[in-house]
Design a binder for this molecule. Structure first.
Ligand code: AMP
Length: 198
């Protein structure tokens, strides 16, 4: 299965990504996590990305695309598949991903769009700020990240709706509830004939 997980910061992408990964035995590739690691390790890439991540801005497409191309090239087994968490986030990234996959594994199977209320999301980000060591969870930065999502990433819903890949899932409720909704959607994607009405 080749999946993308789309959703605003704080929508539970990380939690759900880890669950999908464990349940289906596919690697979850989180660009946010890759940047965190590069920053912590003080690599050249980390240094180039750090100020954007700290400010809650998107890292420029060319930096992101280099990193993703390397990850997808080097360690993805097409037969197993993958789940992308936090990528793509812009139109150019989505188009580049389509090109990369056309030249390698083949197209995506589904884009899971976690739909959550913005106030709920701000609350979650505030709570998480106390429990996780992230460089970008200050209140202003969290608001900035949400605004960037609305402006740059939310339009990707249209892109994936057009290609018939978008599966919007209600992201409200407990992680178990959301995971169960995602599993239903994935079952439908794999075997649509089993779920025809009537
Ligand atoms: P995340 O953990 O997915 O919310 O990502 C944390 C931060 O990493 C974002 O606020 C961006 O600064 C950066 N980042 C992660 N993925 C991308 C991406 N696909 N494009 C641009 N910036 C990204």
């Amino acid at each position: 299965m080749r999946l993308v997980l789309l959703g605003p910061p704080g929508s539970g992408k990380g939690t759900q990504g880890a669950r999908i990964s464990a349940r289906h035995g596919i690697p979850a590739i989180s660009t946010g996590q890759l940047f965190d690691r590069q920053i912590a390790a003080g690599t050249d890439l980390g240094r180039r990305a750090e100020r954007y991540v700290r400010a809650g801005e998107l890292v420029p497409d060319e930096i992101v695309l280099d990193m993703v191309a390397e990850r997808l090239d080097g360690s993805v087994d097409c037969a197993v598949g993958f789940l992308l968490d936090g990528f793509p986030r812009t139109y150019p990234q989505a188009e580049a991903l389509d090109r990369m996959l056309a030249a390698s594994c083949g197209p995506l199977d589904a884009v899971i769009d976690l739909d959550v209320d913005i106030d709920e999301v701000l609350d979650r980000i505030r709570r998480r700020a106390h429990t996780e060591d992230r460089v970008d969870d200050g209140d202003d930065t969290a608001r900035r990240r949400l605004k960037v999502f609305a402006e740059e990433t939310a339009p990707l819903r249209r892109y994936y709706r057009r290609s018939g890949l978008l599966r919007t899932v209600d992201g409200a409720g407990t992680p178990d509830e959301v995971a169960a909704r995602i599993e239903r959607v994935l079952a439908d994607t794999a075997h649509p004939e089993l779920h025809l009405p009537g």
